[in-house]
Design a protein around this ligand. Structure first.
Ligand code: CA
Length: 224
């Protein structure tokens, strides 16, 4: 599980980072909203913890942009301002939960775990993209109404692309996913796997686009 924290208060940022790392999470921490935004768009995170009062790109603006571009990302907002309007604004902007400072670090961890659990349950719901129906975690997919058992590597690849359909999945994130527990696969191995998937998907009008040197993208039907 990889988390992102954006918090400009260095002490709090470091305390949160330490705590969550000790609890077994991978954590990337940022002091500024725009840095956090760029990181979130280019890597695969499971959850973001966003301080509302940030210099530069304000936390609320960040949450709003994230909701537009990363619909499925769970967001926990933290705010020093104990004003009701701030909390309401945070939730309105698309945050999933909020905490008011000062809070117990254990409380934050409990909220993070609860959000991740909720999100996992949502993720187990089916994903439909045109003629493709996929249930995350279940290697049997439906292609044009026909149930197909995919080899593990092809399923892992398709799942990663489908969960982020319409957005780029970075090559290194795919390598992490495909090589889970073992050696990450070579670029050629990924290429071969993508090629096999394309052969299955193209008769259904579904396209996997290559972004050279960067990654792959499963186009949403109707996208150019
Ligand atoms: Ca702050």
């Amino acid at each position: 599980m990889r988390l992102l924290i954006v918090e400009d208060d260095r002490q709090l940022r470091e305390a949160l980072t330490d705590l969550l790392r000790q609890s077994g999470f991978e954590v990337d921490a940022f002091a500024a909203g725009d840095q956090a935004f760029n990181a979130l768009l280019s890597h695969d995170y499971d959850l973001a913890i966003v301080d509302l009062g940030l210099p530069g790109m304000d936390g609320l603006a960040l949450v709003r942009s994230l909701r537009r571009q990363l619909r499925g990302l769970p967001i926990l907002v933290v705010t020093a301002r104990d004003a009701l309007e701030d909390r309401v604004a945070g939730l309105d902007a698309g945050a999933d939960d909020y905490l008011v400072k000062p809070f117990q670090l254990q409380e934050l961890e409990a909220r993070v775990r609860a959000l991740l659990r909720r999100h996992r349950a949502d993720r187990n719901a089916q994903i439909r993209i045109g003629a493709l129906v996929l249930t995350p975690g279940e290697p049997r997919v439906s292609l044009g109404g026909v149930a197909v058992d995919l080899p593990a590597s092809e399923f892992a690849l398709l799942e990663a692309l489908a969960v982020r359909a319409g957005r780029v999945v970075r090559r290194d994130d795919l390598a992490d996913r495909l090589g889970r527990g073992t050696e990450p696969p070579s670029d050629t191995a990924i290429e071969v796997c993508v090629h096999r998937l394309r052969r299955r998907l193209s008769p259904l009008g579904l396209k996997v686009r290559t972004l050279r040197g960067f990654g792959y993208l499963l186009e949403l039907p109707g996208d150019e």
